[in-house]
Write a protein that binds this ligand. Structure first.
Ligand SMILES: NC(=O)c1ccc[n+]([C@@H]2O[C@H](COP(=O)([O-])OP(=O)(O)OC[C@H]3O[C@@H](n4cnc5c(N)ncnc54)[C@H](OP(=O)(O)O)[C@@H]3O)[C@@H](O)[C@H]2O)c1
Length: 246
């Protein structure tokens, strides 16, 4: 794998949401491609579980609650220069528009949008990026393009993230920083289990039936993210790749 543009040797990446699901799998695959990972999320125990599944390296755990500005500041203060960031923090609260509470709005937007936005802008402000060799990847959702009933909060927060990522791509291009989104359909993770609990079996089967290649596996997202992080994607910025299983 060494000496190919996909190799991540000598590069350091921050992965948010690293304690679970897609973030965890992304950490594992980066480490297998020889990259170094800074893992963040709230649960130290589950971050250590991720670490135990990764290939050996100088990886580091820096726990933070991204809904708290003081946590973001202390996280950024400890960061080395980064060749990339993957924003995989998220939660899904399902509620029909007439039943949206202020608390759920605040929780969804703080976790799914504001935390990633404030973290990315602190990383830029504090110059934690390697100029001309940095790639940011935001995990959005296919639901911004194929919305679902009850998804008002989740879909709006992800749409805000996509808009932000496009602006970031414009603003950071002169510094050689690439910014892209990936938009997965349903993938087997803890989030899917929680989301499925909010729907009847019939609705879940309908969703599965719409994905022609079935539900995704975490690797179906992790490998495309690795591509965006690597030099193989060095001329790609401002895009949003649908990972939808057909
Ligand atoms: N799974 C899918 O089908 C699917 C489809 C499309 C898009 N996505 C998106 O992909 C991303 C990852 O989803 P997933 O399926 O991997 O979900 P997951 O397994 O539930 O993981 C969510 C991650 O976010 C972290 N997190 C939640 N609140 C946080 C906070 N306040 N501060 C810091 N970290 C926080 C969690 O860690 P702690 O609890 O330890 O903090 C966890 O590591 C999300 O943005 C999701 O919207 C998922």
């Amino acid at each position: 794998m060494q000496n190919t543009p996909f190799d991540l040797q000598g590069k350091t990446f921050l992965v948010t949401g690293a304690s679970s699901g897609l973030g965890q799998q992304i950490c594992i695959r980066i480490s297998e491609m020889n990259g170094t990972v800074i893992l963040t999320a709230r649960s130290i125990k589950r971050l250590n579980e991720t670490l135990s599944k990764m290939a050996k390296g100088d990886h580091k755990i820096l726990p933070a609650d991204l809904t708290k500005s003081e946590d973001i500041n202390s996280l950024v203060a400890e960061l080395p220069k980064l060749n990339g960031v993957v924003f995989s923090t998220g939660l899904s609260i399902i509620a029909p528009a007439g039943f949206i509470s202020e608390e759920d709005y605040s929780k969804t937007f703080k976790t799914n949008f504001e935390g990633s936005m404030m973290l990315s802008n602190a990383i830029i402000r504090k110059k934690r990026i390697v100029k001309d060799s940095c790639s940011m990847v935001f995990i959005s959702s296919i639901s911004t393009q194929y919305p679902f009933v009850g998804g008002a909060l989740y879909v709006s927060a992800k749409a805000a993230m996509e808009g932000y990522a496009r602006i970031l791509a414009l603003e950071l291009a002169p510094k050689g920083v690439r910014v892209n989104c990936v938009s997965p359909a349903f993938v087997r993770t803890q989030m899917l289990d929680q989301t499925a609990n909010n729907f009847s079996d019939e609705v879940v089967q309908k969703i599965e039936g719409r994905q022609l290649m079935g539900l995704g596996e975490p690797d179906d997202v992790a490998y495309p993210v690795i591509f965006f992080l690597s030099d193989a994607a060095k001329w790609i910025s401002g895009t949003n790749l649908i990972l939808g299983g057909g």
